[in-house]
Design a protein around this ligand. Structure first.
Ligand SMILES: *Cc1c(COP(=O)(O)O)cnc(C)c1O
Length: 366
């Protein structure tokens, strides 16, 4: 069993992927080829926003979004401590300070009630993460931000395809950023990402920053980065996008089936809580349990791959030791980090494989 089965997916999509990738090899425009423009249009349409800028990774999407907003040394960005390193890394790379506030134990997303007290005169943005495939409470976060005239950047690296009150993740705030890392819900065959916005000026600025701050060839008006998406990756994504809605349905079916059967172990295992205003794409199917590490060892002994997202909250990462006060306690993140375990979930996981996962969990607890 694979934790994420990219080989089965390729076998299913092979004809389309091969045709589109071969077309790029034939025309040879490996950088800024026509597939990149086509993909930006298709992705903006999928998310339901006016503009998409395809970029080189989810990490670069966050960096480029914040550069476009003018985030600079001395600024503060409020974010969650319970995420992949990129979320806070990009804030710190710009010389700004990640201000961590704790999460909601049920969703593992930033707790909106804790945001307002963390806002200072230096706060420039809030960066919620839509973790495990489910959006943060974006409407509440947007209204807090609007009151204080600060920007909201959704880190939608795990939630591409998810909805919040019927609208797609990535299009829920001023800027949404996603990742096309191979194992994400929509993945390419290398690194890739995208920024989404309805603001034409911001879109133009993000595009320019992704092209070395260039406005015309060899005319550079701002500092930028080499942040383009490769044409071959755009071709892969165009092929995968055609099947993506179906894959989302299969992921949801798998997640809901797990919850139905694992839910009967209720006392020992907390299954993912999906808020009624959300649909999750189950980037991860993450349970919360006591004795997580012994469960993980047991699952490995049954040949069931699992993962821990994430074992150490960001405010406890050594790299941030100098910018986070050593007394900072974020008890929910710290507790959850010792209890989470992600089970295999993807669109190609058969029911009999799902049953093996459920069976192994049952054996551990009985
Ligand atoms: C994967 C991920 C990123 C970074 O995306 P890359 O494409 O790997 O750079 C950022 N934030 C979160 C929450 C992620 O899961």
């Amino acid at each position: 069993m694979e934790f994420v089965d990219l080989k089965s997916q390729y076998q299913t999509l092979k004809k389309d992927v091969d045709r589109r990738v071969l077309a790029v090899l034939q025309h040879g425009q490996y950088i800024n080829g026509p597939e990149v423009d086509d993909l930006e249009i298709a992705l903006a349409d999928f998310v339901g926003v006016k503009h998409c800028v395809a970029v080189s990774s989810g990490t670069d999407a966050l960096l480029i979004a914040m550069m476009a907003l003018g985030i600079e040394p001395g600024d503060e960005v409020i974010t969650t401590p319970f995420s992949f390193i990129s979320t806070a890394e990009t804030i710190a790379l710009l010389g700004a300070k990640p201000v961590f506030v704790d999460i909601d134990e049920r969703t593992c997303n930033i707790d909106p009630l804790l945001i307002a007290p963390a806002i200072t005169s230096r706060t420039k943005a809030i960066m919620p993460v839509s973790l495990y495939g489910q959006c943060a409470d974006m409407d509440t976060i947007n209204s807090i931000a609007a009151e204080c005239k600060i920007s909201v950047i959704e880190d939608a690296a795990q939630s591409f395809g998810a909805t919040h009150k019927g609208k797609r993740s990535g299009g829920l705030s001023l800027i949404g950023c996603t990742s096309f890392f191979p194992s994400k819900p929509l993945g390419c065959y290398g690194d890739g990402g995208a920024c989404f916005t309805n603001d034409a000026k911001l879109a133009e600025r993000m595009k320019s920053i992704s092209l070395h701050g260039q406005t015309e060839r060899y005319h550079h008006t701002t500092l930028g980065v080499n942040g383009r998406l490769d044409t071959i990756q755009a071709a892969v994504l165009l092929a995968k996008l055609e099947k993506f809605n179906e894959e989302i349905e299969d992921r949801i079916r798998c997640g809901e089936r797990y919850s139905k059967f694992i839910g009967s172990l209720e006392k020992s295992v907390t299954t993912p809580f999906i808020d009624s205003m959300n649909t999750s794409v189950f980037a991860q199917y993450t349970i919360q349990v006591d004795k997580r590490d012994s469960l993980r060892d047991f699952m490995a002994s049954q040949d069931i791959p699992t993962a821990v997202h994430y074992p150490r909250p960001l405010h406890k990462q050594p790299v941030f030791a100098e910018i986070v006060s050593s007394g900072l306690r974020l008890p929910i993140s710290e507790r959850v980090a010792s209890r989470v375990l992600s089970l295999p979930v993807h669109a190609y996981l058969s029911e009999s494989e799902q049953d093996s996962v459920i069976h192994a969990l049952n054996s551990f607890y009985n």
